[in-house]
Design a protein around this ligand. Structure first.
Ligand code: TLP
Length: 353
């Protein structure tokens, strides 16, 4: 196979020709003076799409989550979160190192919390316990296999947060995928949260950027924290313009990515030695039977045949679809995976690297 099929993440998605053209012709200004027309337009679009009062462009999902944590919490506060959440596991420990917060992990099913699971970890007010200030939800849930929060679950969590007088943040890096899966507008999904961060540079295929959407007051404070973290940019319209095209053109294509992911899981799951998790959005998680080999071994065999993906645990692999991955790429990947498993099983036991 000559073409490389890169399924490591939707972060490797490339800007479309239309995005590149918009970037080349972008109207720009100094965004720290709030004078970049492309940034202003992108933020206004994001606020409208999410149904929030205001929006703020940040450099990455990590920066968006960190700025949101800093805005919601004070040093010493705790936030409730599901195990394996990106915000805790994969953002370089910024919640502790920079925001001075600690996580209180609540049980979840595929990373999806419920009002009941959150209630189970609540503690009485006591001066030995950090004050619980925030619930942080991840939608879709990455390590949960791209799982989507049902709207009724979000409504229950909102009610609980109101009862407790605390706030709710959504790490909505892939909230457009969640909305596509539920077949509802994004505003319906995020109506239950005080703040949401979504990423332009993942399934939406823009080269750079994430956006925080929330109340006007929240965004004004968030702007100060963004500056504190070195995220006050100048002519950022050069990439905000690609974000505008992303919002205009990519969300309607996401159901195709989801169909490709479902077909990929079905094809891979039918190979002896591989089992696939249920697919809800654009992520496919597979487990490899230890009798066949380890996840890193299968990843290497696939890479040798032109398919890139990533081992997340010793027996678990993630593959992610996005708009440059075609239905033909999916069929080619399934065929290559069959060969890769065959190659592993033909190596005598004990001789594997
Ligand atoms: N996730 C990346 C890696 O860090 C694992 C990926 O390939 O999926 N929230 C969620 C749910 C994410 O999946 C990610 C990135 C982020 C936040 C952080 O976004 P960036 O990479 O823009 O800082």
């Amino acid at each position: 196979m000559s073409k490389t099929i890169d399924l490591r993440s939707d972060t490797v998605s490339m800007p479309t020709a239309e995005m590149r053209e918009a970037m080349a012709n972008a109207e720009v200004g100094d965004d720290c003076y709030r004078e970049d027309p492309s940034v202003n337009r992108l933020e206004a679009m994001a606020a409208e799409i999410t149904g929030k009062e205001a929006a703020l462009l940040v450099t990455s999902g990590t920066q968006g989550n960190l700025v949101s944590l800093l805005t919601h919490c004070r040093n010493g506060d705790e936030f409730i979160v599901a195990e394996d959440s990106h915000i805790v596991t994969t953002e370089a420990g910024d919640f502790a190192a920079v925001a001075g917060t600690s996580p209180q992990v609540a049980p979840s099913d595929r990373g999806i919390l419920t009002a009941e699971s959150i209630r189970s970890v609540l503690r009485r007010p006591y001066d030995a316990f950090p004050p619980t200030r925030l619930i942080a939800l991840e939608n879709t849930n990455n390590r949960g296999g791209g799982a989507v929060y049902p709207l009724s679950t979000l409504a229950g969590i909102r009610d609980l947060a109101d009862e407790l007088g605390i706030t709710v943040h959504m790490d909505g890096a892939r909230v457009f995928n969640a909305a596509a899966a539920l077949q509802v507008p994004v505003s319906e999904v995020v109506q239950y949260v005080d703040s949401v961060t979504f990423c332009l540079s993942k399934a939406l295929s823009a080269p750079v950027g994430s956006i925080i959407c929330a109340s006007k007051e929240f965004i004004e404070t968030a702007r100060r924290f963004r500056r504190m973290l070195g995220g006050g940019l100048r002519q950022s319209g050069v990439f905000a313009s690609a974000g505008i095209v992303a919002l205009e053109t990519i969300p309607q294509r996401l159901p195709q990515d989801h169909a490709n992911a479902r077909r990929l899981a079905e094809g891979l799951g039918s190979i002896t030695g591989i089992s696939a998790d249920p697919v809800e959005t654009n992520m496919v998680y597979i487990d490899i039977d230890p009798a066949v080999g380890t996840a890193p071994q299968l990843v290497d065999e696939l890479a040798a045949r032109g398919v890139k993906c990533g081992a997340v645990y010793s027996d678990r692999i993630r593959l992610v679809t996005y708009h440059q991955i075609t239905a033909e790429d999916i069929e080619a990947t399934i065929a290559v995976a069959g060969e890769a498993v065959m190659a592993l099983t033909s190596v005598p036991a004990g001789a594997q690297a």
